[in-house]
Structures are given as structure tokens and as C-alpha cells.
Design a protein around this ligand. Structure first.
Ligand code: ATP
Length: 493
């Protein structure tokens, strides 16, 4: 949590970023890149504007047929790496709407807020740090405070362009709670108020005892969760980077109360390294595009002893991709106090009872999708390619009959399609029989399909081989149908 502090820490970093970005090969200018990615997303079915047939719904997005596969691949790789491949981890999938007492105990009802300033002329509302000309003077030093700031002399209201000195008074900034409110049951009374969760994390604390009692884990161990979170962001934007409804992948890793800094720092470092490995080995992102920001004490949540933001060189500037924090035993002790339940763990070796401390690595799913799109978008002379690692590709391969109007080719291609999808279970495989083969290659390149398999007359008349066109090299070797599984699987490692 610690929303106010983290927001301001990042504001300064965000601004210096756009210019410092390194150009990647075959990449359009950074300014154009976001536009091109948004357009690719719409054109090819990664991400659509939400509620579009009703004129759209600002800052709401729907993942389309291709986007949902990319997003699922990211989530599945994450779950595999951090839950299935570790004996010290286990997962949960908790309710989106929890009892309001949870948010009272965690401090979200009081503290989960961003500063907000209203233009006295046009009444538009802004997060002050997102107004060009914003200058921070002091940071938040205790809960409830708002950092003090000013605007440079040439600042104007981003909406009505009135000079800031006439319409934006820093002393009138207010705290704005980001929790989404709703009502449970048929009457809209205060007693029925509930909130959509603003983070997945709290469920891991609330379910801590149940997991402990059922999962046969010993400290240190972690609970993971992937799911939606909701924040009534004042200034959402930059496509799927900051939305009001988004998805998180979070871990609460429970450790024994540390006696020395080294006792918690070794786990913090373990997670730091694991987060970098995920970025490098699963997402395939060049580590040069990642920057670790050690969040200074004055900008951290008051209960956090160390926080790192992992920032990515997005086209709009260096901005937070993931975070890692040591949260002490703040959360469990808050929930123990508020619920009256004993949440302590009993060490089976020493019989000592204690409240574990927590290291929290946290990942945004949508920001991961956006980073992957930005990292692997390439423009070449005759095509656009999403050159992501094949394991992330929405479709692992596409199958085409050379000609749509030759039933024998279509039947054989259907056979190959069903072999790959049903028998070999390679993951999603695309089927395309529209247009000519060149156009099919073009559209599969745009969504990053690593292999295009064409069934032609040689397949049925000669040797049961197909052409397998490689997305990256454009080579088209002939491969025996029975060898396709190995051929494709090799690339998915
Ligand atoms: P920011 O400062 O950018 O608002 P935060 O520090 O408040 O982010 P956390 O509370 O640490 O974010 O949330 C964990 C992760 O969830 C972030 O690292 C990010 O990937 C993702 N995330 C947070 N807010 C949003 C949002 N509004 N839209 C999309 N993803 C988000």
C-alpha cells in the first residue's frame, strides 16, 4: 500500500525518462511506438476499447482473442515458476469483495489515497504530479499527510489552459481514496457498503491461518494469487498501463521474525533475483530496459523497511512495472488485532509461537503484457513482427491449407490442426484459410506466431511433409508431419 508515498516517488522518475530511452533495432521513434502498439492491439485482437459499440468507456479495455492468449501465457508461466516449481509456495484464489473490516484493519479505508487537485475554472480534477510543471517540495513523513508541492511559473491547467497560478492552488490539494465502493444486498445503506479489493495481497493475510492449517507448509513459505484489483485512479492513462480495473500477480512470503537485517535481507535478495530471472528468462525482456529504483525511506509506506520498484523503459517514459517490499509483520499483526484471532505460527522445531514477517513481490499482469508488446514490436521493410519468445506467442503455430477450394488440402490441413491441438497439446494453434499464403504470413507475423505450417500438394501426393515457415528467419523447410511436435516444442523451451 503506501499509495501516496509511492506515487510521488515515481512522479519524479517518470519525468526524466522519455528522453533517456535507448532505441531498439527496427523500432519506430518512441513517441510513435505507443500509437502503433495501440493500433496493432485493436487491428489484430489483442486489446479492444471497452464498451466500444456504445461509444467507448474511458480507460476501460477488453482483451481480444489474441490478447487473452498472451495474457494467459504470462499468468501460466508465472504460476509455473513461482507456485508449481517451488515446494515453499502455494496458491489461493480469493473473493474480489471482502468484508469491509479487512480494509479497515489493513488501513486502506483511511490511507489508500492519492492527492487530488481541482481546477477552479474548468473543475477538472488531476493528480498534481501528472500536471507538467509539478515540482515536489517535501515528501510525506507520516500517514495522512500530503506532500507539499508547487507548479513552475509557466504551468497551465492541462484541460482549460488557464495559468496554474489562477486556477490550481497547491494548498487546496485533497486526499482522494481510491477504493471502489459498492453495496451488498437490496438496499443502498451505509451498513451494506463494501469495497472491490484494491490489491490481491490482503486475502493472503486473511487466509494465512487456513492455509497454514491445510497446506502443511513450514516457515519460510509463500502464498501466491493472481486476480483482479480495482482502483479509482484519478488519472488513468497510457493505454493498459494505468486502468481502474487491472490484474495482479502477488506473493506474500512469510519468514521468521528477523533478529538481524541480514535475516530478512537474504529473502528480499532472493526475491529480487527471482523477479529479475522472471523478466529475463520468462518474458525475455532485455535487462538493459529494466531499472531498479530503491525507494527512499521518506517515500516508502511507513511499515516498509525496504522497497524496490522495477521500472521498464515504456515509450512514455521509465515507469513502474513491478514492486518488491519488506512489510515487516504489519499486516498480520493488524489482522490479528482487528479479528481477535490468533494468527501466530508455531515453529515445529522450537514450539515457539510468533507472527511471521513478510516479503511481498508484486507484478502487474497488464503492465507485463504492455512491456512485452513494447519490447518485441518490430517494423521491417515489408512487415510488422511481434518477435516475442515463442513461449509467449498467443498461437504456437498456424495451420493453412494452400488453397481453400481444394477439399483434399483442407481435409489434410484439418488433420494436421487436430493432431497439434488434440494429440500433441501444444497450446493454441491458429487456423487460417483466408486470402493467399503471403497475407496469412503477414497477419501471423503481426501477432507473433512462430511457425506457419502449410499443407500443399506435395503433402498429400508425395511425402507427408509440410512447409514450416519460421517467423524470424522466414525459412521454409519441409518437415514430416510426425516430426512437427518435436520441431515446435523445441522452440518453446
Ligand atoms: P503506481 O505508483 O504506478 O500507481 P503502485 O506502486 O501503487 O503503482 P502497487 O500497489 O505496488 O502499485 O501494485 C502492484 C503492481 O500492480 C504495480 O507494480 C503495477 O504493476 C500494478 N498496478 C498498480 N496500479 C495499476 C493500475 N492502475 N493499472 C494497471 N496496473 C497497476
Amino acid at each position: 500500500m503506501g499509495k501516496t508515498a509511492s506515487t510521488f516517488a515515481k512522479a519524479t522518475a517518470d519525468k526524466s525518462a522519455a528522453t533517456a530511452m535507448t532505441q531498439k533495432d527496427n523500432m519506430p521513434e518512441q513517441n510513435d511506438l505507443m500509437e502503433k502498439i495501440v493500433s496493432l492491439c485493436k487491428r489484430r485482437g489483442f486489446v479492444f476499447p471497452g464498451s466500444e459499440i456504445y461509444g467507448g468507456f474511458a480507460n476501460s479495455f477488453d482483451y481480444g482473442p489474441v490478447g487473452v492468449e498472451l495474457k494467459n501465457n504470462i499468468k501460466q508461466l508465472w504460476w509455473k515458476r513461482f507456485v508449481h516449481q517451488r515446494s515453499d509456495m502455494t496458491g489461493i484464489d480469493a473473493a474480489l469483495i471482502m468484508k469491509p473490516s479487512v480494509w479497515e484493519a489493513s488501513g486502506h479505508l483511511k490511507e489508500f489515497s492519492d492527492p487530488l487537485i481541482e481546477c477552479t475554472k474548468c473543475h477538472h480534477r488531476f493528480r498534481p504530479d501528472q500536471i507538467p510543471g509539478y515540482e515536489q517540495i517535501s515528501v510525506v513523513s507520516k500517514p495522512g499527510e500530503i506532500a507539499s508541492f508547487k507548479f513552475s511559473a509557466d504551468t497551465v491547467c492541462p484541460n482549460c489552459k488557464t495559468p496554474a497560478m489562477e486556477c490550481l492552488n497547491p494548498y487546496q490539494a485533497k486526499k482522494f481514496n481510491l477504493m471502489f465502493k459498492t453495496f451488498i444486498g437490496p438496499s443502498e445503506e451505509q451498513t451494506n457498503v463494501a469495497y472491490f479489493r484494491p490489491e490481491t495481497a490482503q486475502a493472503m493475510f486473511v487466509d494465512f491461518k487456513n492455509v497454514l492449517d491445510t497446506a502443511r507448509k513450514t516457515v519460510p513459505f509463500g502464498i501466491a494469487q493472481i486476480g483482479k484489483a480495482f482502483r479509482n485512479e484519478i488519472t488513468p492513462g497510457n493505454f493498459i498501463f494505468r486502468t481502474r480495473e487491472f490484474e495482479q500477480m502477488e506473493i506474500e512470503y512469510f519468514i521468521a521474525p528477523p533478529k538481524t537485517d541480514e535475516d530478512w535481507n537474504k529473502y528480499f535478495e532472493m526475491w529480487r533475483e527471482n523477479m529479475l530471472l522472471w523478466i529475463k528468462d520468462d518474458l525475455g525482456i532485455d535487462i538493459k530496459h529494466i531499472h531498479e529504483l530503491e525507494v527512499p525511506e521518506s517515500d516508502r509506506a511507513f511499515y516498509s523497511k525496504r522497497t524496490i520498484d522495477f521500472e521498464y523503459d515504456f515509450p512514455f517514459g521509465k515507469s513502474e512495472l513491478y514492486g518488491l517490499a519488506y512489510r515487516t509483520d504489519y499486516d498480520l499483526s493488524q489482522h490479528q488485532k482487528a479479528s481477535g484471532q490468533d494468527l501466530r505460527y508455531m515453529d515445529p522445531q522450537t514450539n515457539e509461537k510468533y507472527l511471521p514477517h513478510v516479503i511481498e513481490p508484486t507484478w502487474g499482469v497488464d503492465r507485463s503484457v504492455l512491456a512485452v508488446l513494447c519490447e518485441f514490436y518490430r517494423e521491417e521493410a515489408d512487415r510488422v513482427v511481434l518477435a516475442s519468445p515463442p513461449r509467449l506467442a498467443p498461437y504456437k503455430a498456424a495451420v493453412f491449407p494452400l488453397l481453400k477450394n481444394k477439399p483434399e488440402l483442407v481435409a489434410k490441413a484439418r488433420e494436421v490442426y487436430s493432431l497439434l491441438t488434440t494429440h500433441y497439446s501444444l497450446g493454441p494453434i491458429a487456423w487460417d484459410d483466408r486470402g493467399n499464403v503471403g497475407k496469412r504470413y503477414y497477419s501471423q507475423d503481426e501477432i507473433g506466431t512462430p511457425f506457419c505450417i502449410t499443407v500443399d500438394f506435395d503433402t498429400i501426393e508425395k511425402d507427408n511433409t509440410v512447409t514450416v515457415r519460421n517467423r524470424d528467419t522466414k525459412e521454409q523447410p519441409r518437415v514430416k508431419i510426425e516430426e512437427l511436435q518435436n520441431y515446435i516444442s523445441k522452440s518453446l523451451q
